[in-house]
Design a protein around this ligand. Structure first.
Ligand SMILES: Nc1ncnc2c1ncn2[C@@H]1O[C@H](COP(=O)(O)OP(=O)(O)OP(=O)(O)O)[C@@H](O)[C@H]1O
Ligand SMILES: [Mg+2]
Length: 235
């Protein structure tokens, strides 16, 4: 109906809607339930996934075509050999960005870092494991009292080390991009993560470690930035 279409047009454009229909037909999710988060670049929804016996929910991240900073995305895609031949259209860039997040999630898991398992990526939509308990999305580290802060800092530092060793750097590790589930930190928001061979990789590593230092200070834990940095780069 025209009226219904007008209502939904404000939420999902045609391109996004078609993408969601295809992913649903492929049984990657069942129905979108509610937004967990709405941002400038992307919205994340909890969706039901009754097709998969084991998991009853998935997280669906939908990049906004109109408001995404696709110039910045392009800057991050340049120099990544995996995405050299990306179409320079807005849709082409966002689609590559989404695929890059999928690839990074899967590489991060292989490196032994806790992160959502990627399930599907198509155009501007990424579907991944839902991080939460009994249907409630896991809270951001920013909003959580941590029992053993020392252990948390050790774990996060360990993630950065493992990643670097495997050839990857997250680049946006902050209290907003760590979800806490049963005392364990899960790293999310992986689209900007980069190969350690990229010219700005070292800068991103330093940024991530500075953020860990900030988290440590806030929680009363010692963190020797210089020492950790050199122990990672030295190898
Ligand atoms: N797999 C997931 N399971 C549960 N919640 C998630 C998952 N992925 C993301 N979220 C929730 O959605 C929020 C935004 O996700 P994310 O950090 O990936 O997007 P973003 O790129 O920061 O979006 P924007 O830049 O537009 O704010 C997270 O802070 C988290 O609360
Ligand atoms: Mg984020």
């Amino acid at each position: 109906m025209k009226e219904e279409k007008e209502i939904f047009e404000r939420v999902f454009d045609d391109y996004t809607m078609k993408t969601l229909v295809v992913l649903r037909r492929k049984k990657k999710f069942d129905s979108l339930e509610f937004p967990i988060s709405t941002g400038k670049e992307a919205d994340v929804y909890r969706a039901s996934a009754s097709f998969d016996e084991k998991e009853s929910y998935v997280a669906v991240k939908i990049y906004r075509i109109e408001t995404s900073n696709f110039k910045a995305m392009q800057d991050y895609l340049i120099g990544d050999p995996r995405f050299e031949h990306v179409k320079k259209t807005k849709r082409g860039v966002i689609s590559a960005w989404c695929q890059k997040e999928y690839r990074n999630l899967s590489d991060a898991l292989k490196a032994g870092v806790r992160a959502p398992k990627p399930i599907a990526s198509m155009n501007n939509v990424l579907i991944m494991e839902f991080i939460g308990e009994e249907g409630n999305p896991a809270p951001m580290l920013k909003n959580v009292e941590v029992e053993d802060a020392e252990k948390l800092i050790k774990t996060l530092t360990g993630y950065v080390k493992k990643l670097w060793k495997s050839g990857l750097v997250h680049g946006d590790l902050s209290e907003f991009n760590v979800l806490m589930k049963r005392g364990n930190p899960f790293l999310i928001d992986w689209a900007q993560a980069m190969s350690t061979k990229h010219p700005i990789a070292l800068e991103l590593l330093q940024r991530d470690l500075k953020n860990i230092k900030r988290i440590a200070r806030k929680r009363g834990v010692d963190f020797d930035y210089e020492e950790v940095l050199s122990s990672i780069v030295r190898r």
